[in-house]
Design a protein around this ligand. Structure first.
Ligand SMILES: [Zn+2]
Ligand SMILES: [Zn+2]
Length: 226
């Protein structure tokens, strides 16, 4: 088996148990060297609302200003830091469109999603143009066997790449979504919004705003990276 990131061969040591129950083998798709480049967030020194790494356990300035803007609070959970290795991973997974790479984090991400036990799971959608060119939504690609509901749709057919925008421009981005027919499913429910990367929070706050308008009882969110 080869590492999906650096293509080096991965030696898989089999025990007698593995041979007797082959289903137990985890998908060894990344070599230990590549794996250790990803930094898991420790939830100790971070903002309790958005997982931003910091010295204190107080709300960060960004979350304070979100709370002034909206009458509700969004608590976000992220699994990994958006460091160089994660940026490179996302680039290959999303922009080079390598769908196999979903398996690197899918099991772990799915477990974190299930742990949050939301009644309705709503992924952040990609635009029609992205869907046609990339062929998949990178967010739902990270979900293995989780039932999700497509409550949100992009207003525009094509999106201007967020990654090319500066922070201030990103924060000014107008509402990019509209509610779809299936948004009826969120009425009175606790909803989990799912995204790949949390950058400024702008996208998730726009999404949460609409989900609350659709009558959700509560909204929380999760991303692979932050
Ligand atoms: Zn590797
Ligand atoms: Zn925060």
């Amino acid at each position: 088996m080869n590492c999906q990131l650096c293509n080096r061969r991965i030696a898989v040591k089999l025990t007698l148990r593995d041979l007797l129950w082959p289903g137990r083998l985890p998908p060894a798709t990344v070599c230990p060297n590549c794996r250790q480049q990803f930094v898991a967030l420790d939830y100790v020194n971070c903002c309790p609302a958005c997982c931003r790494p910091q010295e204190t356990d107080q709300l960060c300035p960004d979350c304070c200003s979100w709370r002034q803007k909206y009458p509700w609070q969004l608590t976000h959970r992220a699994l990994y830091r958006y460091n160089g290795a994660m940026k490179e991973f996302m680039h290959r997974y999303k922009f080079a469109g390598d769908y196999r790479l979903r398996t690197v984090f899918a099991a772990e991400f799915t477990a974190a999603v299930r742990q949050l036990t939301a009644a309705v799971v709503v992924p952040i959608p990609v635009t029609q143009v992205t869907m046609a060119t990339r062929g998949f939504n990178q967010v739902t690609g990270l979900l293995d066997g989780v039932d999700w509901t497509p409550c949100l749709q992009n207003r525009a057919v094509k999106k201007t790449a967020q990654s090319q925008k500066h922070r201030r421009e990103r924060l000014r981005t107008p509402q990019p979504f509209v509610l779809s027919d299936s948004s009826k499913a969120v009425a009175g429910k606790r909803v989990l919004l799912v995204d790949d990367v949390y950058t400024t929070g702008r996208t998730l706050y726009h999404a949460a705003d609409l989900i609350y308008q659709a009558g959700a009882a509560g909204v929380i969110s999760i991303s692979l990276a932050r």
